[in-house]
Design a protein around this ligand. Structure first.
Ligand SMILES: [Zn+2]
Length: 264
């Protein structure tokens, strides 16, 4: 399948921090509301048309201004990847380029902050086709990602180590804590879990060519056992045929890579 099919349009304001509940766009657009003037008496047709044209230009520039104000404010929010930088100086340019301008570490951070923001298009566009969850059915994929995002609250994220395999493969080990909300009506069932994974990133020549190609997330390294540890909350009950930890192990891609160098 062509990579281009995955390059779907995405806007920074697509679900703008919806999970965090910032009603930013509305409050700014209210300020940009146009105020209509009463037409002056004895106005000629030319004068009326000229006045309308000026009003139209004014209203367009109000909309542009409001939109750029939204962009500026969004860029000044601390980045959801917890780098300590502002979004505009961290994951925003990576999101806007759909990952084309990212190193593996920037891509990992931007994928995490895309999860926090509910930006499923970015997650999809930066997933390599060897990933077990890769599917050309984008609607189903988006629905699955949205279901996952709505069932968790993202708490912490940390990159633990970085290994370079070769020019087209790098690995990053990370850990993240999340509150898992199995049922919104049962807050007593909420668990805090810590996930650890060594992620594989592969670089591929873009179909558009140019440069050294771009990085994609290919999944967890098969030589690293990912962990999913209960930090706080009730232990899941054992059911018939249950493995006990309540979590299905995820299939991992068959990659013949090994980390040859790991640096902190
Ligand atoms: Zn970031």
């Amino acid at each position: 399948m062509r990579r281009n099919a995955l390059i779907v349009a995405v806007s920074v304001l697509h679900a703008p921090f919806g999970a965090l509940g910032f009603p930013m766009q509305q409050s700014i657009l209210h300020r940009g509301k146009a105020i209509r003037a009463t037409p002056p008496a004895g106005e000629s047709r030319e004068e009326r048309l000229r006045r309308r044209e000026l009003a139209r230009q004014d209203s367009n520039s109000d909309a542009d201004k409001a939109s750029s104000e939204v962009g500026t404010l969004v860029a000044q929010i601390p980045c959801a990847c917890r780098s300590g930088n502002y979004y505009g100086a961290c994951c925003q340019p990576v999101h806007e380029s759909l990952g084309k301008i990212a190193t593996p570490e920037q891509l990992l951070r931007a994928r995490y902050s895309a999860y926090v923001q509910g930006n499923t298009d970015f997650v999809i566009a930066t997933t390599h086709e060897t990933h077990p969850e890769f599917t050309p059915d984008l609607d189903a994929w988006r629905a699955e990602l949205t279901g996952f995002i709505r069932s968790v609250e993202f708490l912490t994220f940390e990159i633990v180590s970085h290994g370079v395999v070769n020019a087209t493969m790098e690995m990053l080990t990370w850990k993240a804590q999340m509150k898992v909300l199995p049922d919104l009506l049962s807050p007593e069932k909420v668990q805090t879990k810590e996930f650890t994974e060594r992620s594989v990133f592969v670089r591929e020549e873009d179909s558009e060519g140019g440069g050294d190609g771009r990085w994609f997330y290919a999944g967890g390294d098969e030589d690293f056992e990912p962990t999913n540890v209960l930090v706080k909350g009730p232990k899941p009950k054992r059911g018939p045929g249950d493995r006990g930890n309540g979590d299905k192990p995820k299939a991992r891609p068959k990659l013949k890579a090994r980390t040859v160098a790991a640096r902190k």
